[in-house]
Design a binder for this molecule. Sequence first.
Ligand code: FMN
Length: 193
Amino acid sequence: MKKVAVLVGSLRRESINRKFAEALGKLAAGRLEFQFVELGDVPMYNEDLWADGGPAPVLRMKREIEAADAVLFVTPEYNRSFPPVIKNAIDWGTRPYGQNSFAAKPGGLIGTTPGSTGTAAGQNHLKSVLNVVDVVLMGQPEVYFQYKPELFGADGSVTDEGTAKFLNGFLDRFTKWIERTSEPRTSAQADAA
Ligand SMILES: Cc1cc2nc3c(=O)[nH]c(=O)nc-3n(C[C@H](O)[C@H](O)[C@H](O)COP(=O)(O)O)c2cc1C
């Protein structure tokens, strides 16, 4: 089963994006294995911090992304863009120069807000950055998800039938996208996986 490094762009305890990502992970069970990458301990990007080899949380984050078959960004929208938590992770992930952890990695993008625009503007900003950093980004289906608590059960899973069907469509396509766009892995990588 393909492993997906999941980067959630909100650090707050009650994050709807975190809840949404966890619900997606439950729906994806049996097709994809979601591995949440901790971003809360990653410092703000500072080139000087590479002097001693780089901060441990950054090295851990980079290893987790590199070991995964794909990345999934689950992003809130902040002021019609995506939040600094995500940009910071991308900036560290693409350095040191020549050691881009995202290079040629199949990727997906999704997000939720309580408002009806469902992160459309934020996702569009993020798309342009992901293309630059060489993520092989799935373009369709786009999911701009308006978060409504009544769509989810007490255990956090999606209980609304129409919503589950819609999100399963995204996950099916993402699973196929990963299969289709994965570069052949070396035997050393396969052994480590
Ligand atoms: C700094 C800031 C800017 C925001 N800007 C937007 C915005 O442009 N569009 C939007 O739909 N919601 C916006 N919101 C509201 C967020 O969608 C809402 O707080 C959401 O719950 C954040 O996601 P989270 O629950 O995963 O942290 C903003 C929130 C913050 C804190």
